[in-house]
Design a protein around this ligand. Structure first.
Ligand code: SF4
Length: 201
């Protein structure tokens, strides 16, 4: 007489799985047919864009450390199709402003933004990037939305990688829903940035 297998009920159950959908609902045919999918080309393109964002390799201060953690194995930004940080703005369509932006850095930031091809998006990461944070002084830009159009603001000092991930998924949602970029602050104000990389010194 053999030893009774204590796992037999579990094994029997897992080998005879019940269907996940009730048959009477008739919402999913598993007969091998492909069925018909209808959509709009624009929606398909938006979905593709939202799933393959390439951020520019660009960090300004302590928030950038958290941004780097987001790409590590623990948080794994690659799950959302955005792990390919590009060293050239010409190959990037997302700018994550991670950290405080000094007045001297502002023309550089804007030039990188201008060099990115359309369509493009901006995430403002952290209190400093969004509103100057604790640096309420003449040297720090009091919000990068005075220089570039910001699509998503991620609060915190610093925001944790999962907060950045949440901001990132919000941006994906905006892209999929076809929500346009906010107005360009420089175009709206008619102002022009001058500085180390500007034409007008
Ligand atoms: S928000 Fe905090 S962590 Fe981020 S750049 Fe400012 S001081 Fe550093």
């Amino acid at each position: 007489m053999g030893v009774k297998n204590p796992w037999e009920p579990v094994q029997t159950y897992s080998n005879t799985q019940t269907p996940r959908l009730r048959k009477e609902l008739n919402v999913h045919n598993k007969d091998g047919s492909f069925g018909i999918l209808t959509t709009q080309v624009s929606k398909l393109i938006d979905w593709g864009r939202s799933s393959s964002l390439w951020p520019a390799l660009f960090g300004l201060a302590c928030c950038a450390i958290e941004m780097m953690s987001t790409t590590g194995s623990r948080f794994d930004l690659a799950r959302f199709g955005a792990e390919v940080y590009r060293a050239s703005p010409r190959q990037a369509d997302l700018m994550i402003v991670a950290g405080r932006c000094s007045v001297k850095m502002a023309p550089v930031l804007r030039q990188i933004y201008d060099q990115m091809p359309h369509p493009k998006w901006v995430i403002s990461m952290g209190a400093c990037a969004s509103c100057g944070g604790v640096f309420n002084n003449y040297a720090i830009v009091q919000g990068v939305d005075k220089i570039v159009p910001v699509d998503v603001y991620v609060p915190g000092c610093p925001p944790t990688p999962d907060m950045l991930l949440f901001g990132f998924t919000e941006l994906q949602r905006k892209i999929r829903e076809g929500i346009p970029n906010p107005p360009d602050p420089l175009e709206a104000s008619g102002l022009k940035l001058v500085g180390p990389v500007g034409e007008d010194q």
